[in-house]
Each structure stands twice: as structure tokens, then as C-alpha cells.
Design a protein around this ligand. Structure first.
Ligand code: SAM
Length: 278
């Protein structure tokens, strides 16, 4: 694909790495450009398992979303920070996984990267993707193109996979979600962590995004699980490596040696502190 195909007006900047395209490079997708591949190479120099962990994160998002839809009977989902899904990524998307459980489910994806949206519009990506910035939920739930596809008075599944580590104040995002979502809503969340990772590796991976359109922030596990304070954490498995969430056997120990992404699922309780019964 050429830049011109995606940017007839020439409005997109491919000279700077973007988190969406750098992740696409790690997943061996076809949508990364030189700056993105350079950032991905810097990540891989620090964490040779980053490609495997990226794939495990992608799988976690779909697996946990499908589990939540089956477990709680939620018929609608918002995948915020969906990334670029192209034909070279041979893994089922969140939307695919949710539809396997509930073919009628309404699934809408959002992202704030114009390239993600350009791909969706060009038909090179799959699924419905709208502009939305997770740090300003009016742009997500108030997007005029959304129409009545999502009903916030009913439980909603919100997927925040590997997106909050690009956000300076994730606790504010979670607090706002807690205010807007109906009781019984569920969040699927994953995040890169400093816990049990060498400091020099975290520093190197953080630096790899220095010139990117968003910076990455690794956080300790306590801070990540603290994002769902006031929600009912699904435990077991609680917060764990994405490769392990919801699987009967732990992974083989290779994934997560040099970089760790951890995941959780949590339910928004009602005003009396009651989550939906499992
Ligand atoms: C590492 S990718 C994860 C993609 C996908 N969620 C997954 O886990 O497979 C992070 C995505 O979050 C998006 N993103 C970063 N900051 C965002 C924000 N403030 N609002 C919405 N999306 C954002 C990026 O553009 C990118 O597509």
C-alpha cells in the first residue's frame, strides 16, 4: 500500500512512529512504515519476546472479551484503541471472538490514530472503526457516527487492550468510565508493567517511543490493578500475564521473560457495591 492510497489529501504523517503501527510491526502486519519498524526494532533489541507478548496480548483481548460476553450475557461492546487490523495478522479480532459467542452482538471499535481510521475507511481493515479518544469519552460515546449502536443505559463491554499505557492519567479514564457505564458493565484491560522486568529493559522500551506520536508508560502491577478500585475484579485469575489469563495451563515460560503485559477483567458494580452475579 502506498501513502497516497491512504492519504489522497496528504494529511497523514508517516515520518513519526505511531503506537498503532509499531504494534502492527510487532504483530508482523503490513501497515507499518520505516519509523514504526525502527521503533519496533528498538523494542525488540530490549525485549526479544516482544513479538510473542504482542500476539498473546491480541489473543487475550479476544479471549477475555468472548468470555465476558458468554459469562454476563452482554450484547454490546466498545473496543477502544483497536489498532490496525490487517490481512497479515492471522488472529481473530475482538469483534470476531465476541461474534462467535453472540452473532447478534453490536461491536464498535474506536481509535484516535488517523491511520487506523484511514485503513478502516479504505476497507483494508475489518470491522467498524470510529474516531474516539479514550481520554475524552465524549469523542467516543458522543461520536455522531455512532448513532444508537451502543446503549449506555444497559451493560456494555469495554475493551481497553494495551491502550492505557499510552495515557498519562489512566485512573481518570477509569473513573469517567465508572460514571458513564451502567452497573454490570465489564472492562477488559491490559497494560505493560514494570513489575518483574529489568529496569534497563523498561527504560530501553520506553525510549523506543520517545519520538513516537504517543509515549509509553510502563506501570507497576499495584497501580494497574488499582485502576479498577471500586470495580469487582474477576478473581481468579485476577491480574496476571495476558498469556495466562483464562487458560487452564500457564504458558511455557518463554513469554514475558523480558517484557510483561498483564491483563484483568472487572465488573462495574451497582450503587450498592454489587457486581452482576456470576
Ligand atoms: C498497542 S495498540 C493495541 C491495539 C489493540 N487494542 C490490541 O491490544 O491488540 C494501542 C492502540 O491504542 C491506540 N491509542 C493510543 N492512545 C489512544 C487514545 N488516547 N485514545 C484512543 N486510542 C488510543 C493507538 O492508536 C493504538 O491503536
Amino acid at each position: 500500500m502506498t501513502d497516497q492510497e491512504l492519504t489522497p489529501g496528504g494529511a497523514l504523517d508517516f515520518s513519526q512512529a505511531s503506537p498503532a503501527r509499531t504494534y502492527n510491526a510487532l504483530l508482523k502486519g503490513r501497515t507499518a512504515y520505516a519509523a514504526d519498524r525502527e521503533a519496533a526494532d528498538k523494542v525488540l533489541a530490549m525485549a526479544p519476546d516482544a513479538q510473542l507478548v504482542a500476539r498473546e496480548n491480541f489473543r487475550f483481548a479476544g479471549r477475555a472479551a468472548a468470555w465476558a460476553v458468554a459469562e454476563f450475557g452482554i450484547g454490546q461492546a466498545a473496543d477502544i484503541g483497536v489498532g490496525v487490523l490487517d490481512a497479515d495478522i492471522e488472529l481473530p479480532s475482538v469483534e470476531d471472538c465476541v461474534r462467535q459467542v453472540d452473532p447478534e452482538a453490536r461491536v464498535v471499535a474506536f481509535d484516535n490514530d488517523p491511520v487506523v481510521l484511514a485503513h478502516a475507511r479504505s476497507g483494508r481493515s475489518y470491522g467498524r472503526v470510529l474516531h474516539g479518544d479514550v481520554t475524552d469519552l465524549d469523542t467516543v460515546f458522543g461520536n455522531p457516527e455512532l448513532g444508537d449502536a451502543l446503549d449506555l443505559s444497559a451493560p456494555l463491554l469495554v475493551v481497553l487492550a494495551a491502550v492505557l499505557h499510552f495515557v498519562a492519567e489512566p485512573a481518570a479514564v477509569m473513573a469517567e468510565l465508572g460514571r458513564r457505564l451502567a452497573p454490570g458493565s465489564v472492562v477488559v484491560l491490559s497494560h505493560a508493567t514494570t513489575t518483574d522486568t529489568e529496569t534497563r529493559r523498561v527504560a530501553g522500551m520506553t525510549k523506543a517511543y520517545d519520538n513516537a506520536s504517543s509515549h509509553i508508560r510502563f506501570r507497576p502491577e499495584e497501580e494497574i490493578v488499582g485502576l479498577v478500585d471500586g470495580w469487582d475484579l474477576v478473581d481468579p485469575p485476577g491480574l496476571c500475564d495476558v498469556a495466562e489469563w483464562g487458560l487452564p495451563e500457564p504458558h511455557d515460560g518463554q513469554v514475558g521473560e523480558h517484557v510483561r503485559v498483564v491483563g484483568l477483567v472487572a465488573v462495574r458494580p451497582d450503587h450498592h457495591g454489587q457486581g452482576r452475579k456470576r
